[in-house]
Design a protein around this ligand. Sequence first.
Ligand SMILES: CC(C)(COP(=O)(O)OP(=O)(O)OC[C@H]1O[C@@H](n2cnc3c(N)ncnc32)[C@H](O)[C@@H]1OP(=O)(O)O)[C@@H](O)C(=O)NCCC(=O)NCCS
Length: 156
Amino acid sequence: MLKLVVREFSLSDLDRILEIERKSFRNPWSIRLFKFFSKNSPRGFLVAEVDGKVVGYVIAALEVKLDFRSLSIVKYGHILNLAVDEKYRRRGVASTLLQHILRNLRESGASKVYLEVRVSNLAAINLYSKFNFKVKRVLRAYYPDNEDAYLMSKDL
Ligand SMILES: CC(C)(COP(=O)(O)OP(=O)(O)OC[C@H]1O[C@@H](n2cnc3c(N)ncnc32)[C@H](O)[C@@H]1OP(=O)(O)O)[C@@H](O)C(=O)NCCC(=O)NCCS
């Protein structure tokens, strides 16, 4: 069993996060995007460490919308990024990060959480399905290379 510590992101994690990001995605995020989200939602940017080394991270935003039917404010969690170092995959790191971020979102008042995932990304689709996320829609040509995304969501 991995001894995982989950904590909020700190700026000194950036180099390591960029390394994991570049190995994990065809269109990696820029350093500016990571800095933006660390400033704007510190509780929404978590890292997982093993023996003091960052092995994964998750970023979520809290979005506030007006529901025009009920004229009430609805808060949604939006999972924006999640990646785990290749060497540490399939050992529960992403699951642990998801548990923590879902709890933070619930505590911040979110009643639902949603995300987009490439239709070819079976690992991530399986992971989210395990957490009871359901596919709600297909977003055609959502990514820069025109691949479709599934919009998945779940109630909190
Ligand atoms: C998707 C990703 C975050 C999963 O991280 P992880 O730490 O390996 O995930 P976990 O160990 O918590 O796995 C939980 C469950 O997800 C599913 N899963 C994870 N990796 C899988 C794979 N390669 N193939 C099939 N199912 C997989 C399984 O159901 C797994 O449960 P199990 O191991 O008991 O079968 C990781 O593969 C990754 O970083 N991929 C590249 C970046 C990415 O695609 N991010 C998601 C963007 S939406």
